[in-house]
Design a protein around this ligand. Structure first.
Ligand SMILES: NC(=O)c1ccc[n+]([C@@H]2O[C@H](COP(=O)([O-])OP(=O)(O)OC[C@H]3O[C@@H](n4cnc5c(N)ncnc54)[C@H](OP(=O)(O)O)[C@@H]3O)[C@@H](O)[C@H]2O)c1
Length: 294
């Protein structure tokens, strides 16, 4: 079977021909239909993820496909995959046959495409946990989201509105917000803290605009703003608990998620695309068997 392999930290992935995975207790084999290429994959491939997988490894932390062998699901069941060390501690999803721990699989409703099944988990559960579990959002509160055009940001905007919050586009131009969901970090976070009302909260999700901030501590203390990090690997269980309801909302159109499909052989192009400013949506590798016939 074909699989993308990373042989050294920081090196580009290469396409290899590997033996198909053997069936093992506690593990399922899934034929990949769609596998997402995300920022977390770039972090792991750079060797910057805590407790990285042994080299060489197959990247990819999310996917969707059909079950080949599993003790939990009948052969042919449509599933999404994420967690259990997939693509972080062990080989991941950028391969034709995914060897995953049973707990990484979840059932994919018929109304949700393989592309969405592959791409939904990170943005929708991160946004949900950021708003509700970490940010403790209450109906009627004012919310701002930085990076609102991004995958997590656009989900946060949709879910905050659903929860009865008012989403403010330009908080600096209006009265302060109760909750800021910051997916961007760096100087955007430094500025964003000043748009939060005294006693409010900031949930930090990402740091594409910069890994460091300078905080004027007297102002932070006087504002009494709580700066709260989101770590979805520690909050995996909360994300998994939220996943079925989020999938239901994708299936019936209450939630929207932008994706862009790449052929399986185009993983390097997908990696470059997600690193570009202004790209819209999540990059999804589509298995050769799923690609539209000419
Ligand atoms: N903490 C966690 O557990 C967790 C979970 C999921 C994701 N994340 C992280 O969250 C971040 C966002 O993920 P995503 O999937 O939403 O990414 P995405 O779809 O690539 O969106 C990135 C967003 O950030 C904006 N942006 C990028 N660089 C910027 C800059 N220098 N200044 C201002 N805005 C900038 C982009 O705006 P433009 O369109 O204008 O470029 C876009 O709106 C990533 O860093 C990801 O690793 C963290």
């Amino acid at each position: 079977m074909k699989a993308w392999r990373v042989c050294a930290w920081g090196a580009a992935p290469q396409l290899h021909e590997l033996a198909p995975p053997a069936r093992r207790p506690g593990r399922s084999i899934v034929r990949m239909a769609a596998a997402t290429v995300g920022h977390i994959d770039r972090t792991v491939m750079a060797g910057q993820f805590m407790g990285p997988p042994p080299l060489p490894y197959t990247p990819g932390v999310e996917a969707a496909g059909t079950v080949v062998h599993s003790d939990r699901f009948a052969a042919g069941t449509r599933v999404w995959l994420r967690g259990g060390g997939l693509g972080t501690r062990n080989d991941g999803t950028w391969c034709e046959l995914i060897d995953a721990p049973d707990e990484a699989l979840g059932p994919l409703p018929e109304g949700v495409s393989m592309a969405w099944g592959s791409a939904f988990f990170s943005p929708s559960t991160s946004a949900w946990v950021a708003l509700h579990e970490v940010g403790a959002l209450r109906p009627g509160e004012r919310v701002a989201v930085t990076g609102a055009s991004g995958a997590v940001g656009s989900m946060a905007v949709q879910l905050a509105r659903q929860a009865g919050a008012t989403v403010v586009d330009t908080p600096e131009a209006s009265s302060p917000v109760d909750l800021l969901v910051d997916t961007v970090g760096g100087p955007v976070l430094e500025h964003g803290i000043r748009t939060v009302a005294p006693g409010g909260r900031v949930v930090l999700v990402g740091y594409t605009a910069g890994e460091q901030v300078s905080l004027f501590l007297p102002e932070l203390l006087q504002r009494d703003v709580r700066l709260l990090p989101l770590n979805m690997y520690r909050r995996e269980a909360q994300g998994r608990a939220a996943a079925p309801a989020l999938l239901e909302q994708l299936a019936d159109g209450r939630l929207q998620l932008a994706t862009r499909s790449f052929a399986f052989a185009q993983a390097p192009q997908a990696l470059r695309w997600i690193a570009e400013r202004g790209h819209r949506g999540r990059a999804v590798l589509v298995a050769d068997t799923e690609a539209p016939r000419p």
